[in-house]
Design a protein around this ligand. Structure first.
Ligand code: GDP
Length: 301
């Protein structure tokens, strides 16, 4: 079994490659739930849904959000009725979210996701990191902001001074999946708001210390490939570089994969990580995704 820790953009790209070369039955994916919240009456677990859509080949991989070719009839009607949606939710995507909201009330999030994954024909195990609600606040130069207000309403523009999130309990199976895996892959996801929440779950860091862990840097040079990761690292006084990312994982990481463009950082990284692999980590087509997945798998087997 291979376990992957995932957010909602970088790691799903890697999952598209991984599922081509690994039997999907041998994959467990633990997904961030830090930013989950209710919008327009439905529960939005954005990273979980992105992973569900990625593993069922439905993902809109232009935006890494929602379903490819979705329509927006309900969204448009809601706007006409004067209900402005902060998140523009597509019709098929909304159906997923309505069902998840209903299942969740009855069974909790993890079971709801298990049922949905099965209904979508997904053979991998997808586990949301927690059944509990997280609370994340961004302290910015324009005041305290909810995560999605920062990301969407303010287009990630405010300067971030600090990030605070509550601790939650891991969902059943999270720690055991790590303990029972031959390796854990930490994809190139936001180290602050996607991976750190998973690492902060009770028992996770300890379990990772006893497992072979390979991670891919989401930072190339001195910036993230996409999204606000570099802004969040700066806010927490973490160097915005692959070295800064490695410093967050140094107590459990066995192999750190950095981009060719960061080859000059290899020596410095070797002082904090056992093994450093340098390769192309930009996954802009399926070939690049499969190549990176193969390099990771070769280091494990
Ligand atoms: P979010 O939920 O949208 O923030 O998505 P993630 O947690 O998955 O984080 C996205 C991270 O993935 C960003 O920090 C990007 O820098 C990184 N990323 C996105 N695409 C790539 C890629 O092709 N290669 C690498 N190395 N990193 C990537």
């Amino acid at each position: 079994m291979i376990t992957v820790l995932s957010g909602g953009t970088g790691t799903p790209k890697l999952l598209q490659g991984l599922k081509e070369i690994v039997n999907p039955k041998d994959l467990t994916i633990i997904v961030n739930t830090l930013e989950n919240d209710y919008f327009s009456g439905v529960y939005v677990s954005a990273d979980v849904d992105t992973v569900l859509y990625t593993m069922s080949d439905m993902i809109n991989d232009e935006f890494w959000y929602g379903v490819k070719g979705d329509t927006f009839i309900t969204h448009e009607r809601l706007c006409e009725l004067g209900c402005q949606e902060l998140l523009r939710i597509g019709d098929i995507d909304r159906a997923t979210k309505i069902q998840k909201t209903q299942l969740m009330k009855k069974y909790g999030l993890a079971k709801a996701v298990e049922i949905q994954a099965e209904n979508m024909g997904i053979e991998s195990k997808i586990i949301p990191m927690s059944n509990e609600e997280s609370d994340i606040k961004l302290i910015t130069d324009i005041g305290e902001l909810e995560f999605h207000d920062f990301l969407i309403k303010h287009q990630s523009r405010p300067e971030v001074l600090d990030i605070k999130f509550s601790s939650v309990a891991p969902a059943d199976g999270v720690v055991d999946a790590i303990k029972n895996s031959e390796a854990v892959i930490i994809g190139p996801s936001n180290p602050i708001t996607s991976i750190s929440p998973i690492l902060s779950l009770e028992g996770v860091r300890e379990a990772l210390k006893d497992t072979y862990v390979v991670a891919v840097s989401p930072i190339i040079g001195s910036d993230s490939v996409s999204g606000p990761a570099s802004k969040f690292m700066k806010a927490l006084d973490i160097e915005v570089s692959s070295v800064g990312v490695a410093s967050l994982y140094e107590d459990f990481i066995d192999n750190f994969i950095i981009d060719d463009k960061d080859v000059d950082k290899k020596q410095q990284l070797n002082q904090i990580v056992n093994k450093v692999t340098v390769t192309n980590t930009i996954m802009n087509n399926l070939g690049a995704k499969k190549n990176l997945a193969q390099i990771i798998m070769d280091s494990i087997l």
